[in-house]
Design a protein around this ligand. Structure first.
Ligand code: AMP
Length: 526
């Protein structure tokens, strides 16, 4: 039987692992490294580079080097998040005909799913080279608070590169699985996951091999990139003050500043001050201009304290949903590279009144957990008997006057299903429209629109007589499915679906055809 790989598709770095003798093991990439930059670059020679090679292009080829695409997956172009990202990204973003966001470069535009599929294709190639065998199945992780669109888009990305997704699993849950398998200890764990682009907090109870997620919360627009951008803004403002020159519109300079800022941020997790040195960053009529600044840990902390504070209400909500208080938490597991920042560690320790677990590699534990999950699916992990995860968002339908009726509450254990009876409001009405939404706002318009489902072919009858049972289901991947049955006849009712976002199955097939399946190649192909 061919191997199943576990993939952590991160905003900035990705990692792939597999299960060997019941234990998760990280698979090195083609350069021999455990993690791979989630970057794709298109060169002027028509080559496509993925990972480290692509990252090296970022400064010289900023407009055609795509990074942080995870922040765009499953998003609408008009969303405030995308509009905010637009100002910061050196590559272009445009609107797709269905309102989704597209990445544009070199007079081409691609969906975020296609870019993600190139990163996944590269990881697949790394695994195939490691095993010297074909790999076609995977378990893939997503942030716990990813909505249906973002989950489906991630699954589509895997399918485009020829990977069959056996399960989509939440990143903090995966981390909890890998940790629990390793230590075998019982108790309630808080998984605090601050990666490159997203933040998740998940509370889970581990009891004799049963992993029970109690609650989850998060922010899909809070991560290491925001910390980097604070340093970038600080440098750009300072440069403007000193020279009168605005670097904000110079994409090449911005990319250099961004890279130096991220590097300085990392260093400041281990030292208390560092120098940012960027010679010849710009010039005016008189001479060349350089950036040479000392950044202290204290300044970095004051630039980013509010970002760290933004995690607190999310933790409080997760605790309230699980009906727990901080002393009830036995262990704190830190996941995601940004948790290496001392201020983040301190915030979490102070909040819970205990230090986080040591000896966890925050860059690798999620992929390892995905590999563990593949072992659970195939009966290869005897220590773990059951994983009970939850849905991170409430699922409901639009009612009159922009109202919202919740059908499945957030933090319900998945898979879950609820049936609701629908009828007609007019005589001889042949169709009933159901607008399915995800979110917590009482106003329909402030939640995420998943799809419009239309029950069609209803037999003519007086208003209120037909009864159609509609079943809303959230499967183990956290994906939403809707089906309908006629109560009178018991027969399945026909539903027409208009998804509000994402690719149709036929579009995924079309992309696969045009790209040729399994296009990972050697990380360089054209
Ligand atoms: P991940 O999504 O887990 O790969 O997280 C990557 C994020 O962690 C990026 O924003 C990195 O800049 C950040 N990161 C990695 N190492 C460190 C470090 N030593 N200190 C602070 N942030 C870091």
């Amino acid at each position: 039987m061919s191997r199943v790989i576990g993939i952590d598709l991160g905003t900035t770095y990705s990692c792939v692992a597999y299960l060997e003798g019941g234990q998760p093991v990280v698979i090195p990439n083609l350069e021999g490294l455990p993690t791979t930059p989630s970057v794709v670059s298109f060169t002027s020679a028509g080559e496509r580079l993925v990972g480290t090679l692509a990252l090296r292009q970022a400064i010289t080829n900023p407009r055609n080097t795509i990074f942080a695409v995870k922040r765009l997956v499953g998003q609408k172009f008009a969303s405030p998040e995308v509009q905010k990202a637009r100002g910061k990204l050196p590559y272009g973003l445009v609107e797709a005909p269905n309102g989704d966001v597209l990445v544009s470069f070199d007079s081409k535009s691609l969906t975020p799913q296609e870019i993600s599929s190139m990163i996944l294709g590269y990881l697949k190639t790394c695994a195939e080279s490691f095993f010297n065998d074909k790999v076609s199945d995977c378990v893939i992780t997503v942030p716990a608070h990813f909505n249906d669109h973002q989950r489906q888009a991630t699954k589509d990305a895997a399918q485009i590169c020829g990977l069959n997704v056996q399960r989509v699993i939440n990143e903090p849950t995966a981390a909890g699985l890998a940790y629990g398998l390793n230590t075998g200890s019982n108790g309630v764990a808080a998984v605090f996951d601050l990666g490159g682009g997203t933040f998740d907090i998940t509370l889970l109870e581990i009891q004799d091999g049963v992993f029970n997620v109690l609650s989850t919360n998060g922010d899909s627009y809070l991560g290491g990139e925001d910390f980097d951008n604070r340093i970038v803004d600080w440098l750009v403002d300072d440069f403007h003050r000193e020279t009168g020159l605005d670097l904000g519109t110079d994409k090449l300079a911005l990319q250099r500043i961004k890279e130096a800022s991220e590097k300085a941020k990392r260093e400041l997790s281990f030292t208390t001050e560092t120098e940012i040195n960027l010679p010849f960053i710009s010039s005016d009529k008189s001479d060349s201009k350089h950036i040479r600044k000392t950044l202290t840990r204290g300044t970095l902390e004051s630039l980013t304290a509010d970002l760290v504070d933004k995690t607190v209400p999310r933790i409080e909500q997760a605790l309230a949903d699980a009906q727990l208080t901080p002393p009830a938490i036995d262990r704190i597991i830190l996941v995601g590279g940004q948790t290496r920042m001392p201020m983040v560690k301190k915030k979490v320790s102070d909040f819970f009144g205990r230090p986080p677990e040591e000896q966890i590699n925050p860059d690798e534990i999620v992929a390892m957990g995905a590999a563990v999950q593949s072992g659970i699916l195939h009966g290869d992990v005897r220590e773990l008997v059951l994983l009970l995860d939850v849905t991170s968002h409430s699922l409901g339908i639009e009612t009159e006057n922009d109202g919202y009726e919740v059908v499945i509450e957030r933090n319900a254990t998945i898979p879950t299903r609820k049936t609701k009876a629908f009828t007609t409001v007019e005589n001889n009405q042949r169709r009933v429209k159901i607008h399915v939404l995800q979110g917590e706002s009482p106003l329909a318009s402030l939640n995420v629109s998943l799809a419009v489902f239309e029950l069609v072919g209803i037999e003519p009858a007086p208003a209120g007589v037909p009864q159609i049972d509609v079943t809303f289901e959230i499967n183990a991947d956290g994906l939403v499915q809707v089906s309908a049955a006629d109560v009178e006849t018991g027969s399945q009712h026909k539903i027409e679906i208009r998804p509000s976002s994402g690719l149709m199955a036929s579009e995924v097939k079309e992309i696969m055809r045009s790209l040729g399946e399994g296009h990972g190649g050697s990380g360089e192909d054209g």
